[in-house]
Design a protein. Structure first.
Length: 377
């Protein structure tokens, strides 16, 4: 297997809905990566909605607990492997015990993270089972043994030195063996072995940390949409895919609430190795995120409408959007269309321009700016 190209592939929770989708994801991993000569390190998220439910479990919801147990058991049964069913059952029993302990004693920070970790830990067992059922030999890795973090429970940061040492030890078994490694995203553990979680959406961070510590060029973030869009396509029907963005642009977009990437995911890429992020679905990988983009690609990339108190603001993100010329252009568009603005915010060192309007103008401004800035009108 020497010479196979290494990549990291994060399977997002949006793709893991039910028993069929675990098998489908496994088949796609096989078709898209394994059969094309890639050695993919798979980072897996919890099934869709499970982490939200675990948060409710911590608040005492029995119904949420039942929902998770049913969902994961259903997938396990569908995979039809005695080994998988047994392991999932064991994990679900432990989950019930931890949930009981939290409800009795109140939320202890480390217990809370332990509870949240079941989403990814069980999901990994299921994906490994699905890969095996699809004829792909999987090598199961354990994030709580490999990914070392600080003690900031619920929003832990990865200790790159210890994690890198752990990954190095495994490097030859990862690279030289014909098996496909699978690890949980979102979780790690403290030096003394307590499980931590990396913050919501943290699987991205696991994926970029592994890639950058092992000098791997590509990280695929596989989700249920074809990539990052110029605006929310549910609101702006002409929203288009953004083909290329820089880390800075995409970090800025996530700071303004773009759902796609966890902001912490950029840190290891900036610090150690600038892997390329490729975002999309199994049918299309539409967006690439690279360290830097050439000058020709400067300009607005995405526009998002956000609410803040009783105002709304449009965040226009892209290199060059804080330049005087761009701001003048936006003001001219707004003025020409009789929209009253309440404020503007931009900093020269950040690739964004925020335009505040009263909530009544929110959608009108969004549509107008999208049309003028992105639809070449
Ligand atoms: N399952 C976790 C969450 O929902 C982590 C992730 O999906 O990246 O936040
Ligand atoms: Mg996610």
């Amino acid at each position: 297997m020497l010479g196979r190209r290494l990549c990291v592939v994060k399977i997002g929770g949006s793709l893991l809905r039910d028993s069929k989708s675990y098998i489908e994801s496994a088949q796609k991993i096989r078709e898209v990566f394994v059969e094309n000569g890639y050695k993919a390190i798979i980072v897996v998220s919890a099934a869709k909605g499970v982490t939200d439910k675990l948060v409710q479990v911590a608040k005492g919801s029995q119904e949420a607990l039942r929902h998770i147990v049913e969902k994961y058991l259903e997938v396990a049964k569908e995979l039809n492997s005695v080994k998988v069913i047994k392991r999932v059952n064991e994990e679900l029993k432990r989950l019930e015990i931890v949930a009981g302990a939290i409800n009795r004693s109140g939320v202890d920070l480390s217990l809370y993270d332990f509870l949240l970790s079941f989403g990814e830990r069980i999901s990994k067992i299921l994906l490994v089972g699905a890969l095996e059922a699809t004829g792909v030999n999987a090598l199961e890795l354990h994030a709580d043994e490999l990914i070392v973090t600080n003690e900031t429970f619920s929003d832990a940061s990865i200790d790159y030195i210890s994690t890198s040492a752990n990954l190095e030890k495994l490097y030859s078994s990862i690279v030289d063996s014909p098996t496909i490694p699978v690890i949980e995203g979102f979780i790690g553990s403290t030096i003394d072995g307590r499980i931590t979680t990396l913050g919501r959406g943290g699987s991205d961070y696991t994926a970029t940390a592994i890639a950058s510590l092992l000098n791997i060029d590509r990280v695929y973030l596989v989700t249920d949409v074809d990539g990052i869009m110029t605006a929310d396509p549910d609101i702006v029907e002409n929203a288009k895919l953004v083909r290329t963005m820089s880390y800075r642009e995409s970090l800025e977009a996530s700071l303004h609430g773009a759902k796609r990437i966890n902001p912490k995911a950029f840190e290891p890429l900036e610090k150690f190795y600038s892997s390329k992020l490729i975002i999309g679905s199994w049918s299309k990988f539409g967006t690439e995120i690279v360290k830097e983009i050439p000058r020709e690609l400067w300009g607005p990339k995405v526009i998002m409408n956000r609410a803040s108190q009783d105002m709304s603001y449009m965040a226009i993100v892209g290199e060059g959007t804080s330049s005087v010329q761009f701001i003048r252009n936006v003001l001219e568009i707004i003025d020409r269309n009789g929209i009253e603005i309440l404020g503007l915010q931009s900093y020269v060192h950040r690739p964004s321009l925020l335009v505040y309007v009263s909530s009544t103008y929110e959608l009108k401004t969004l549509h107008l700016l999208h049309k003028e800035l992105f639809e070449g009108v």
